[in-house]
Design a protein around this ligand. Structure first.
Ligand SMILES: [Zn+2]
Ligand SMILES: [Zn+2]
Length: 329
């Protein structure tokens, strides 16, 4: 019998452990995917560290999955061998007021890959075929993986930021390094903000076309039309408000942030906005996966074997990565 290996979280705050089981069979509407690569996202850290409301336990984390369909359940027409991507949004009810008004990202009864249904820190995964997306055959699987969350939810954040010319990105990790390329391709000016003294991240941002890169405590050389915050640091919200123009937006792109400190109303005054981005819709995925190759997006990845998932998480936690960590089973 074929064996599936996975890195499992049994209890938040403890390391993942390797488990083996027989390869599951896809149910009606599902595909069984043999995984080529799975990105490591900051949300995985929040799941593993127990910073989100309790999901499924034990759980296999991972929601930036690239793999090939090796079996399909009843009613699924996806050809065997097709390369697909599996993102965070794993299922929506289709019936709640949000699903019925094209806001399935806010569904009342969703399932999220790697949080409330098993994800991609594994050799195999079962997914709902309606929430999988065809991916290019001729690309390296590891470099595609970060597109599936850093790219997709990044794209949703990017669109929320509006059409202004000057865009600030706080936290220059996986999402920002993808969006910076899209923004530069669209003729926008990117301002990259990093942890104080993170010269490597600042150099990396400039190498991707950022007009300016500096510490998040520094003012940029010109005021911004909008800012997106990817770092999970609430104190960045008032700092970003301070450097956006009248009518500008501050978009919080992460699922979890430390508390936002109090700030003077004058920072919000003049129609500045603060907005969070929750999850993604399938339409976001279709849009972004079409835009990324046109924009020539290249992802910088650091590969880890599946068994070293804990090390990849630690490196992300410690800010020791340039670009994105990817597990390759
Ligand atoms: Zn719904
Ligand atoms: Zn993610």
């Amino acid at each position: 019998m074929a064996v599936m290996r996975s890195m499992v979280l049994e209890k938040p705050g403890t390391p993942l452990v390797m488990r083996e089981q027989s390869v599951p069979q896809p149910g009606a509407g599902d595909v069984l995917v043999e995984i080529e690569a799975c990105g490591v996202c900051r949300t995985d850290l929040h799941v593993v560290d127990g910073e989100l409301p309790q999901g499924k336990l034990p759980i296999v984390p991972g929601h930036e999955i690239v793999g090939r369909v090796v079996a399909v359940g009843a009613g699924v027409k996806t050809p065997l061998g097709e390369r697909v991507g599996i993102p965070w949004l794993g299922y929506t009810c289709g019936q709640c007021e949000y699903c019925r008004t094209e806001r399935e990202n806010l569904c009342d009864a969703p399932l999220f890959t790697g949080y409330t249904r098993d994800g991609g820190y594994a050799t195999h995964v079962v997914a709902d075929a309606r929430f999988c997306f065809a991916l290019p055959e001729n690309a390296d699987a590891a470099t595609l993986a970060p597109l599936l969350c850093a790219g997709l939810i990044g794209w949703r954040s990017y669109r929320m930021a509006g059409e202004g010319k000057t865009l600030g990105l706080y936290g220059f990790g996986a999402a920002a390094h993808i969006l910076a390329q899209v923004a530069v391709w669209q003729g926008r000016k990117v301002f990259a903000f990093t942890r104080d003294g993170d010269v490597a991240a600042q150099d990396f941002a400039r190498s991707l076309g950022a007009a300016w890169a500096g510490n998040s405590t520094e003012p940029p050389p010109e005021p911004l039309d909008a800012a997106i915050i990817f770092a999970p640091v609430g104190a960045l919200v008032p700092m970003a408000l301070k450097v956006v123009k009248k009518g500008g937006s501050v978009v919080c792109g992460g699922i979890h942030m430390s508390d936002v400190p109090g700030f003077a109303y004058s920072l919000l005054w003049e129609e500045r906005r603060i907005v969070s981005v929750a999850n993604l819709t399938r339409e976001d995925a279709r849009e972004f996966l079409a835009v990324a190759p046109r924009a020539g997006v290249h992802t910088a990845v650091t590969r880890y074997p599946l068994a070293r998932a804990n090390e990849a998480l630690d490196d992300l936690r410690g800010g020791r990565l340039t670009g994105a960590a990817v597990l390759c089973p």
